[in-house]
Design a protein around this ligand. Structure first.
Ligand SMILES: *Cc1c(COP(=O)(O)O)cnc(C)c1O
Length: 246
C-alpha cells in the first residue's frame, strides 16, 4: 500500500480536530490548524495549500523565508492568495527583521528584549504584527517565559503603550514529551489559567488564542481549550534532520 498523501493526512487531521471539538462540547471550527512545515520541502507546503490549508508554522527564519519567497513568486504569477506564516521557534533578535518579511505572527515570544526589537522593526516598516507569549510549562527544551509573572510584566508594558505596533493576541506552549497524559493535561491547563489571569488583570489586551497541541497531543489540547493546534508530523510525515538543525 502506498503512503497516504499530504491531502489525505490533512483531511484526517481536520476530521480528528472536528471530532475532538464535538467530544469536548466546543463550537465547530473553534480550533484553527497551523500546519508545521519545518524541514519539509516547498513541494510539501504547496501540496497542503492545494488541499486548502492557508496557515503554516515554521521554526527557522532562514528556511521559512526561502520557502515563502519562492512561494510568493509562484503564487503572484498564478494570481493565487498567499497562505499565512507563523514563526513558532525561538527567535534571535537579529532575525526579527527578516522574519517580518513574511510572518504575520510570532508565536514564540519568550522575553521582553524580543518585544523591544519587534516594536523597533515594525515601527520602521510602518506595520503591525501579532505575537503570542510562549510559556514554559514543562517541555524539556525550556523555551518560553519561565513564569506567568514574566508575561505579566510584559503585559504591563503593553498596557503602558510601549508597543503600539504589536498585537498581543495569544499564548503558546509545548507540553512535555511524556507518556503521562495527566502531565500533558496539566501543561495545557497551566496555559489556559494563564490566559484567564491575564484577561482578568488586562481586560483591554486582546489575548485570546491558546496555541497548544501537536501531532501527539492535539486531541487532549482541544479538550483543554486549545484554539489553535500546531501539527507537523501527522500531516507531512517524519522530518529529515540530516540537513542540520534540531
Ligand atoms: C515542530 C513543532 C510542532 C509540530 O510538531 P509535530 O509533533 O511534528 O506535530 C509544533 N510546535 C512547535 C513549537 C514545533 O517546534
Amino acid at each position: 500500500m502506498s503512503e497516504p498523501s499530504i491531502a489525505e493526512n490533512l483531511n484526517m487531521v481536520l476530521s480528528q480536530i472536528h471530532e475532538a471539538e464535538k467530544k469536548s462540547g466546543r463550537a465547530e471550527n473553534s480550533v484553527k490548524l497551523c500546519a508545521v512545515s519545518k524541514f519539509h520541502p516547498l513541494e510539501s507546503l504547496v501540496a497542503a495549500v492545494d488541499a486548502g490549508q492557508m496557515l503554516f508554522g515554521e521554526n527557522r527564519v532562514q528556511e521559512a523565508c526561502e520557502k515563502f519567497s519562492t512561494l510568493s513568486e509562484m503564487f503572484a504569477a498564478e494570481n493565487r492568495k498567499m497562505p499565512s506564516l507563523h514563526i513558532i521557534g525561538s527567535l534571535q533578535s537579529n532575525k526579527v527583521r527578516k522574519a517580518l518579511d513574511y510572518a504575520s505572527c510570532i508565536q514564540s515570544v519568550d522575553r521582553e528584549s524580543l518585544l523591544v526589537e519587534i516594536e523597533k522593526q515594525c515601527a520602521k516598516m510602518d506595520r503591525t504584527v501579532e505575537i503570542y507569549f510562549e510559556l514554559h510549562t514543562g517541555e524539556e527544551s525550556k523555551s518560553g517565559y519561565s513564569s506567568v509573572d514574566g508575561i505579566f510584566q510584559s503585559a504591563e508594558n503593553f498596557e503602558a503603550g510601549l508597543y503600539p505596533h504589536i498585537v498581543p493576541a495569544g499564548l503558546m506552549t509545548m507540553a512535555p514529551f511524556v507518556d503521562d497524559e495527566g502531565e500533558i493535561r496539566k501543561s495545557f491547563q497551566t496555559l489556559r489559567l494563564c490566559r484567564e489571569k491575564l484577561n482578568e488583570r488586562f481586560p483591554n489586551l486582546p489575548i485570546k488564542e491558546l496555541s497548544m497541541g501537536m501531532s501527539g497531543d492535539f486531541k487532549i489540547a482541544i479538550e483543554e481549550g486549545s484554539t489553535m493546534v500546531r501539527v507537523g508530523t501527522a500531516i507531512f510525515g517524519h522530518r529529515d534532520y540530516s540537513q542540520g538543525g534540531k
